[in-house]
Design a protein around this ligand. Structure first.
Ligand SMILES: Nc1nc2c(ncn2[C@@H]2O[C@H](COP(=O)(O)OP(=O)(O)OP(=O)(O)O)[C@@H](O)[C@H]2O)c(=O)[nH]1
Ligand SMILES: Nc1nc2c(ncn2[C@@H]2O[C@H](COP(=O)(O)OP(=O)(O)OP(=O)(O)O)[C@@H](O)[C@H]2O)c(=O)[nH]1
Ligand SMILES: [Mg+2]
Ligand SMILES: [Mg+2]
Lengths: 280, 297
């Protein structure tokens, strides 16, 4: 029988470095390496190139959560309501603009809800994105109740038979209980208004975030039952490895990736391409 | 916590007997793991742990009845030493106005920090002027104007007669400095667009702003939840700008903040400020001892 059945310590060290340096995290790295060791014990491997292929395959397996149907123009029910959430500065507002543009390109009518009524010039920022995407915008005055804006937006969509509703929310740290409660309330209001809505709750994560993303994902899921992940700023050098453990442990698919600051810089998540970019 | 893990490791290794040099080397894995879980860069964690091992071997750890606790103290002291030191304040210019350039990646908290810094300098008795040199992000100028109004600080921005932002960041910066001189404002804080260190055009732009506005202080703003990539961005920005200090933001969250150690080890520039919330009043000087405790969890 050709090939090795165990991986030398030196090679294991090198593997650990590559995986951890991609922000995959110690816990998930240990899991991946253990699975690799079990596999080579059974099937053996010939060289480092083959070993790396096994690792990429193992990571792809962890990203097995199939994305839900994304930005097409057929929905189980309309309006299709999407709530966009996440901590401060990760790229929610920009992603809302990109998503609106994508749905518009697919031939859908889109209304955006400016439910970040808190941050300086958040509404003005979103107004520009709505115009760029060709979507209408529902807003209220700065400082108003975000749940009320969400309500108005869904109301407008129902009245005008709009296909897609995308609601932008204020950045909030998952450690702020009152802000997480506010988010839960926004979701409740939408659900009471339209059975089954919001149909998607997208948690936006910045590719350069480290292990804190795990806590963010756990907390946001607890508050508003996240249905999909968006990882932004993958046009930088950060690998975004945090999504591997999060997606696998919380069983949440990665829906989209952000690869720039222009309206067209949004791609549907492709696990193979993502794994290839990890340079393993 | 790390102390308990190390105590447990020492007990297992020495079987309740005397610990030896080999035991100390064996527990370094636990220390390294704790640092990696705190987002310290892989290579920085490795060299840091090697330094700790050498220190531990030369000390009382071998003779201590609580070797785990002693080892954690060594790690803590080393972290405090590495994170701290060097000047904390703004380097003011001998010939006013002092020009402060604020740069960093997208979403790190620069614009908010500019507002905070303006308030902080005002409270020190100075007369700051904010320069709106982010000419790309939708409503960036509006955002800066809103924050500036909150703290009653003037803003210099350029718009054409249709109200559209004039997309010439170096021009905004240099004209703001001239305007400050003319209007007796003694500090100019330049807010810039978020940019990637791998975006050659944008890195050239910020280098150009530096060259023409001649800041006496350049601050690199970093999100405290940044992971392994922190060293890459810090190194690149430092190569391009040779910044004077670092600002860590969003420290009101629960990120361990290992990026602070990574950045400090790689560029050797001081961490000057800590942003601890969304309000403009939530700005503090950086405390290395608090950061060390946070990294150790
Ligand atoms: N390079 C790059 N920048 C991005 C990407 N997505 C967003 N950004 C930038 O990140 C910064 C923050 O984006 P926002 O959309 O304002 O983020 P946010 O989550 O809405 O921020 P808050 O509402 O303040 O919490 C902006 O400068 C965006 O242009 C991306 O995929 N790549
Ligand atoms: N919780 C918390 N939020 C912060 C802190 N500093 C800034 N923020 C928030 O982080 C988000 C991004 O802040 P900005 O000031 O717009 O960041 P920026 O670096 O100017 O972003 P770009 O110009 O797009 O690169 C906003 O929602 C801020 O309110 C902080 O210390 N704590
Ligand atoms: Mg936003
Ligand atoms: Mg900004």
């Amino acid at each position: 029988v050709r090939g090795k059945a165990t991986v030398d310590d030196a090679v294991l060290d090198e593997l650990e470095e590559v995986l951890v340096s991609s922000d995959i995290g110690v816990k998930t790295t240990v899991t991946i390496i253990r699975h690799i060791q079990e596999r080579v014990a059974k099937d053996r491997y010939l060289n480092t190139k083959e070993l790396h292929a096994l690792i990429r395959d193992e990571i792809a397996r962890l990203l097995h959560q199939r994305p839900r149907a994304t930005a097409g123009n057929s929905f189980e029910s309309t309006p299709h309501v999407i709530l966009v959430v996440g901590v401060n500065g990760v790229g929610k507002t920009t992603t809302v603009g990109k998503l609106a543009h994508r749905y518009r390109q697919a031939g859908c009518s889109v209304v955006i809800g400016a439910a970040d009524t808190f941050r300086a010039a958040a509404i003005e920022q979103l107004e520009i994105w709505a115009r760029r995407a060709g979507a209408s915008l529902i807003k209220q005055r700065h400082g108003s109740d975000p749940a009320s804006v969400a309500f108005d937006t869904v109301q407008s969509a129902l009245a005008r038979s709009t296909d897609v509703v995308i609601i932008d929310t204020a950045g909030r740290l998952h450690t702020r209980t009152n802000l997480m409660d506010e988010l839960a309330k926004i979701k409740r209001v939408i659900d009471r208004q339209l059975k089954g809505a919001p149909h998607e709750v997208l948690l936006v994560l910045d590719a350069s975030i480290g292990q804190n993303a795990v806590h963010q994902a756990a907390q946001f899921t607890r508050s508003v039952d996240v249905t999909g992940l968006v990882i932004t700023k993958l046009d930088g050098t950060a690998k975004g490895g945090i999504i591997i453990g999060i997606s696998n442990d919380l069983e949440i698919p990665v829906q989209y990736i952000g690869v720039g600051e222009r309206v067209e810089d949004l791609q549907v998540f492709d696990a193979q391409r993502f794994v290839a970019a990890l340079s393993i | 916590n790390l102390t308990a893990k190390l105590e447990g490791a020492f007990k297992r290794l020495s079987g309740q007997g005397r610990i030896n040099e080999v035991n100390i080397a064996q527990t370094m894995g636990e220390v390294r793991r704790a640092l990696l879980e705190a987002d310290v860069n892989y290579q920085v964690a490795r060299s840091f742990t090697n330094r700790i091992k050498d220190k531990a071997l030369g000390t009382e750890v071998l003779r201590s009845v609580v070797p785990g606790q002693m080892l954690v103290k060594i790690v803590y002291d080393e972290l405090v030493m590495l994170l701290g030191g060097a000047s904390k304040g703004i380097k003011h210019s001998t010939r006013p106005p002092t020009v402060i350039l604020v740069a960093g990646l997208q979403g790190s908290g620069k614009t908010t920090f500019c507002g905070k810094l303006a308030l902080h300098l005002k409270q020190e008795g100075r007369a700051p002027l904010l320069a709106a040199a982010d000419v790309y992000r939708p409503a960036a100028v509006d955002q800066l104007r809103t924050l500036a109004a909150e703290v009653d600080v003037p803003v210099y921005a350029l718009a054409d007669d249709t109200g559209a932002v004039i997309q010439d960041a170096p021009r905004v910066a240099t004209e703001a400095v001239a305007a400050a001189r003319k209007n007796a404002r003694d500090v100019v804080i330049i807010d810039t667009a978020g940019r990637l260190h791998v975006d050659a055009t944008m890195m050239a732009e910020v280098a150009d702003i530096k060259q023409r506005a001649k800041p006496s202080e350049i601050l690199f703003v970093v999100d405290s939840m940044t992971g392994q990539d922190a060293v890459n961005t810090a190194r690149e920005f430092n190569n391009k700008l040779n910044f004077d200090g670092v600002v860590l933001t969003k420290l009101d969250g629960d990120a361990r903040g290992g990026a602070a150690l990574s950045i400090r080890s790689v560029v050797k520039k001081p961490i000057k400020f800590a942003s601890t919330g969304e309000k403009l009043s939530q700005l503090m000087p950086f405390h290395p001892d608090r950061m060390a405790r946070r990294i150790l969890g």
